[in-house]
Design a protein around this ligand. Structure first.
Ligand code: NAD
Ligand code: UDP
Ligand code: UDP
Length: 321
């Protein structure tokens, strides 16, 4: 009789990014084999440098818009730039990454009969008219704006996941991720938490877009990754889409003030024009995640910011000659 081996071979696309690298850590800790695939567009080798000598870790440079032939048991599809300045840098490539990337990873999952997870986003709700956002809400998305390459790419990826599920009986897990922050965000990534912390630590002006009255809900990375693992572990009856995020809602101005308080910075607030199609409000309804996954975030914003500030403080300290 063969020994039962619970070790899974797990592919993480976008594994050298902010969230992907934390997921690599957690899956290796659980004893799995991890294949990290990344084209290093926004991710870095540095994020997984501590894993390069790990016997169960493998790193492959590859762009998911091209086919990929590997042998794995599970796939987490995270490849896609997530910050507006990055996904708007080459919008055509962003749509290709979401759409062609999803087709290739779904084709791979179909051949292997592997379970596949999609990192979708609260952006599928656009500038939401329903608040807080529930999964049954179809969203309010501009199809031709500067955010559309990301929003519509992710929406089309969800469509593909559900069509492969219906047409090919694929086991899919679609998570709609709300704004998440933590160590290993890129310091020049352009997202609000990393921007404000880096500006505060350097004593530079804190750049608030608009009047700072727009809201976001911020989830700490470790909480989110726990949600990923719980979703992947569910039976075939759970496909998602399922919201993963922290329901605590803050205005951008409140976030700026909290970062100033926690860093003790003398930075001033400056107000810049609001980018077009910037959603005015965002807050997840996480009832489904609570019911199906027994999951909810445990790290409060203040606590998570303290840890993220410590990370950037060390990083910036190391950069200064
Ligand atoms: P990130 O930019 O740090 O990570 C994305 C990774 O994907 C990077 O390592 C990048 O190099 C890689 N990548 C991009 N295009 C690729 C391609 N064509 N082929 C292979 N690799 C490619 O961002 P993140 O915050 O870690 O986001 C990870 C995933 O989660 C993304 O799909 C993002 O859309 C989703 N998401 C994140 C958030 C958040 O707040 N962090 C919110 C919603 C959704
Ligand atoms: N694909 C891949 N790896 C695989 C199997 C498929 O990258 O192991 C790609 C393949 O190149 C194709 C896509 O996934 O473009 C979709 O595959 P599917 O089998 O669904 O469609 P088809 O090959 O019939 O177009
Ligand atoms: N934002 C800001 N200053 C910055 C970066 C972002 O005021 O330096 C605002 C941005 O306009 C948006 C919110 O913060 O309203 C969150 O922006 P982010 O790019 O982090 O994520 P997303 O808009 O995709 O939620």
């Amino acid at each position: 009789m063969r020994n039962y081996n619970p070790t899974q071979r797990i592919l993480i696309t976008g594994g050298a990014g902010f969230l992907g690298s934390h997921l690599c850590d957690r899956l290796l800790e659980q004893g799995h084999d991890v294949l990290c695939v990344d084209n290093f567009f926004t991710g870095t080798k540095q994020n997984v440098a501590h894993l390069l000598d790990h016997p169960r870790f493998e790193l492959m440079r590859h762009d998911v818009t091209f086919p990929l032939f590997v042998e794995v048991d599970q796939i987490y599809n995270l490849a896609c730039p997530a910050s507006p300045i990055h996904y708007q840098h080459d919008p055509v490539q962003t749509t290709k990454t979401s759409v062609h990337g999803a087709i290739n990873m779904l084709g791979l999952a179909k051949r292997l009969r592997a379970k596949i997870f999609q990192a979708s986003t609260s952006e599928v709700y656009g500038d939401p008219a329903v608040h807080p956002q529930v999964e049954s809400y179809w969203g309010n998305v501009n199809p031709i704006g500067i955010r559309s390459c990301y929003d519509e790419g992710k929406r089309c990826a969800e469509t593909l996941f559900f069509d492969y599920h219906r047409q090919h009986a694929l086991r899919i897990k679609v998570a709609r991720i709300f704004n998440t922050y933590g160590p290993r965000m890129h310091p020049n990534d352009g997202r609000v938490v990393s921007n404000f912390i880096v500006q505060a630590l350097k004593g530079e002006d804190i750049t608030i877009f608009g009047q700072g009255q727009q809201t976001r809900s911020f989830c700490y990375a470790s909480d989110l990754i726990e949600g990923f693992l719980r979703l992947m572990a569910t039976g075939p009856e759970v496909t998602g889409p399922i919201n993963l995020g922290n329901p605590g809602e803050f205005t951008i101005r409140q976030l700026a003030e909290l970062v100033i308080e926690l860093t003790g910075s003398k930075s001033k607030l400056v107000f810049l024009p609001l980018p077009s199609d910037d959603p005015m409000q965002r807050k997840p309804d996480i009832t489904l995640a609570q019911t199906h996954l027994g999951w909810e975030p445990v790290v409060q914003l203040r606590q998570g910011l303290v840890q993220t500030i410590a990370y950037f403080d060390k990083l910036l300290g190391a950069e200064t000659p």
